[in-house]
Ligand binder design. Structure first.
Ligand code: B4P
Length: 182
């Protein structure tokens, strides 16, 4: 099984859900920039307060902050890892490539979870996190299309992208991911 992975997809596609299950089963280190940022927010730090404002508008937190968090974590990892929600734009993807070259652990596979906007909006409204209200979700989807979706093309050209239908039961999506990475 490949163990240097990235899960990509629009907000609510199930990246976090699938990444948690996958890391538990295969003993990988789960690196979710969304969770790390929410931890920073809960800590009440100045950086956390700034991040909360941006996240609650559905926008992307600064590349500088995200990269500093990711770099610290990746430099400490010596087993397999799964990146969830990072990179989110071309700049972060370039920075990640350089970082992975530095630690000599190239990305092996990218899972792209596909799902229609209507389903995403329903799922996120049902979850009801602070950034899960309709206006913010629509903004997150817009930013996903503008900034994150171009990464699909980038990793497809590198020949490491696998597309999975995210609009199925959680265990069905999980089996498809296992098959793609097996
Ligand atoms: P994230 O925490 O990454 O969250 P997400 O994209 O909204 O959700 P995800 O796709 O993980 O969905 P989940 O499994 O939870 O980002 C939040 C914010 O943090 C961003 O808007 C941004 O501001 C900031 N941020 C994060 N990373 C950043 C970066 N690199 N750079 C800059 N800013 C960054 O699933 C959603 C719901 O669907 C859950 O309730 C789940 O139970 C349900 N669900 C999942 N799979 C299902 C299925 N198969 N069927 C039915 N329901 C399902």
């Amino acid at each position: 099984m490949k163990n240097k992975l990235l899960f990509l997809g629009p907000p609510g596609a199930g990246k976090g859900t699938q990444a948690t299950l996958f890391c538990k089963k295969y003993g990988l280190d789960h690196l979710s920039t969304g969770d790390l940022l929410r931890d920073e927010v809960s800590s009440g730090s100045l950086l956390g307060l700034k991040a909360a404002e941006i996240m609650n508008r559905g926008e992307l937190v600064s590349d500088e902050l995200v990269l500093s968090i990711v770099e610290l974590r990746l430099l400490k990892i010596n087993k397999g890892w799964l990146l969830d929600g990072f990179p989110r734009n071309i700049y972060q993807a370039d920075a990640l490539k350089k970082l992975l070259q530095k630690i000599n652990q190239p990305l092996e596979s990218v899972i792209s979870l596909k799902i229609a906007d209507d389903y995403l909006i329903k799922r996120l409204l049902a979850r009801g996190r602070e950034d899960d209200n309709e206006d913010v979700i629509i903004n997150r989807l817009k930013i996903y299309r503008e900034k994150t979706a171009p990464l699909i093309d980038l990793y497809s050209k590198e020949g490491i992208l696998e597309s999975i239908d995210g609009n199925a039961d959680i265990d069905v999506v999980f089996s498809c991911i296992e098959k793609a990475l097996g």
